[in-house]
Design a protein around this ligand. Sequence first.
Ligand code: GTP
Length: 597
Amino acid sequence: TDLSHIRNFSIIAHIDHGKSTLADRLIHLCGGLSDREMQEQVLDSMDIERERGITIKSQTVRLDYTAKDGKTYQLNLMDTPGHVDFAYEVSRSLAACEGSLLVVDSTQGVEAQTLANVYQAIENNHEIIPVLNKADLPASEPERIQQQIEDVIGIDASGAVLVSAKTGLNCDEVLEAIVTTLPAPTGDRDAPLKALIVDSWYDPYLGVMILVRIVDGTMKRGMKVTFMNTQTEHQIDQVGCFRPKMEKLAELAPGEVGYFTAAIKSVADAAVGDTVTETKKPATTALAGFKPSTPVVWCGLFPVDAADFEDLRDALGKLHLNDASFHFEPESSAALGFGFRCGFLGLLHLEIIQERLEREYNLDLITTSPSVVYKLHMNSGDLQELHNPADMPDVTKIDFIEEPWIKATIMVPDEYLGPVLQLCTERRGEQIELTYVGARAMAVYRLPLNEIVFDFYDRLKSCSRGYASFDYEVDEYRESDLVKVSILVNAEPVDALAFIAHRGQSESRARQVCSRLKDLIPRQLFKIPIQGAIGGKVIARETISAMRKDVTAKCYGGDITRKKKLLEKQKAGKKKMRQFGKVEIPQSAFIAALKMG
Ligand code: GTP
C-alpha cells in the first residue's frame, strides 16, 4: 500500500474506560468481524486478562477502511497493555505509531494511568484524537470531560469525538478522524530494512511470532535477517498480518505493521525494542530506545510437594517461552528445599505467573517474600546485587546499601486525599507535587519501591474506595539504612519469611509479621515461639499456645459424618502445609504474613 494510505494508531485508555469495546467496534465497522464474533471480545484473549478486565499482551489488527473521500486506507490498530508493570511494551507500541486515540469515559474523566500513557504518546510526537466514550449513559458529561482533557493534559480537545462503543453511536466518526487528522507514516522502500520489534509471543504451531513495524525497506519470506541488538541471525519463514484472523502476505512494506516467523524457539531471542535488518544489506544504525527488560521484583517459588520440582521446572520453561520478561533460576533453601528464584516486572506480573502455574499446571506453590533488588556496596569496594533477603551477607562487610526508588503519580477525588497522603507518608514517601484538576487531586511522590511491592496498590484502592489511580516509573537508587529481619518459628529461622526493611520500621514490621503468623499457624501439641530478629537481637515475639483438644472434640462425638468431613478437610489442608522442624506452616501464611498495614 502507498504510504499516504496507511495510518498506524494505538488506543490509550484507563482500565474500564472501554478500549477493548471500541477496538472491537472499529474492527466490526471495517468488516473484520461478524455480528456473532462481535459478541465475544476479540482483543483480550487470555483467561486471566478477561477475568481481571485488564490487557496484558498486546494484539494488533489491520483494517481496511473506505473513507468518505472514496479511498481505501490500511489502518493498523496496535493494542497496548494496560498496566504499569508493562510500561516498556507500551512505549514500543507507541513508537510504532503516528497517532493515538485517547479514550476517556465521559462519566469518569482522566485517570493517572491515562496520563502516563498520553505523555508517552506526546513524547513520541503522536497526533492525539480524544474520544469521549459511554455517551449512552445518563451520567455522561462530555463538555466537562473535554475541558478537563484540555486543562490536565494540555492538548486541544476541540476535535473530540463523542461515542458509545457499546451501542456503536458515532464510531464511524472515529475512523474518519483517524484518516483525516493522523499523519501517514514515512519510510524509504529502497533503503536497507529496518523494522522495530513491538511484541513477540509463542505459537505452538509456528514457534515464536514477532510483531514488527517496518520503518524502511521491505521484509519477505526467505530473507536472512539480523537482530541488531542481540546480534543473532534468522531466516524468515512467513510474513503476514492479522485481520484479526491471521493472513499470509507476500511482503511487509515501509509504514506497515505485521508479523513474521523465523523458526525461533524462545521469545527471549526476539526482544521487544530490537531492530531487524537484512543480513546482506544491513542498516548502519539500530532504531533508538532499545532497553533489555530487567525484572524489578524477585521472589522464590517452591513446590509444596518436593516431588513436583521437575514439573515446576517444565512449567516455568513453558511460560518463559512466551514471556521473556520473567526470569527464573534454580534455588535451594534450607527450609523449602529445591525451587526457583524468579524475577518479574512488578507484582501484578508475579501474581499472573503464579496464578497460571497453579491453574494451568496444577501446581501447589509456596511464594516467598517478594523483594526488590538492593545494591550492596562492600567494604572491599565490590558492588553486589541482592535479590533474596536470605542471601544478605555479614553486615560488618557492608559499607552501605542502596535501594530503588520510584516516582509515583496518584490521582484521587479530593475527599479521599487525606488518607492517601497519609499512606504515602507511612511508606516513606516524599511529596514532589500536589495539584488540583477540578475536584481531583494529583499527587506526585517519590517512594521506595520496597514499600509498594507488597500491598500499596490494594491499600490505595481501599483507602480511596477504589477511586484513586496509580502509575509509577522506576526512578533512582538511594542510600538507605536497611536491615534484614529474620523470622524464627520455634527457634528455627524460616528463610522464606526473612525480609529487608528500613531500620526505623523494622520493629513494627517484625511485630506485625509475628502477630499475623500467630493467627495463621495452627496450634500444635506444644507451645511455639515466633520471633523477629535483626542479627542475634530479638525485636518482636509472639507465642502460639499449645492445643488442648483434638479437632474432632467439637463434634461431641455425635455426628459421624461431620466428624469424617472435618478430618477430610484437615487432610486436604495438610497438602498445602509445609513442615518446618516440628512445625507445619500453611502455604497461605507466607504471603499473608508479609502484607503490611
Ligand atoms: P482494559 O481491557 O482493562 O483496558 O479495559 P477496557 O478499557 O478495554 O474496557 P472494556 O472495553 O472492557 O470496557 C469496560 C466496561 O465498560 C465493559 O463492561 C463495557 O461493556 C463497558 N463499556 C464500554 N464502552 C461502553 C459504552 O460506550 N457505554 C457503556 N454503557 N458501557 C461501555
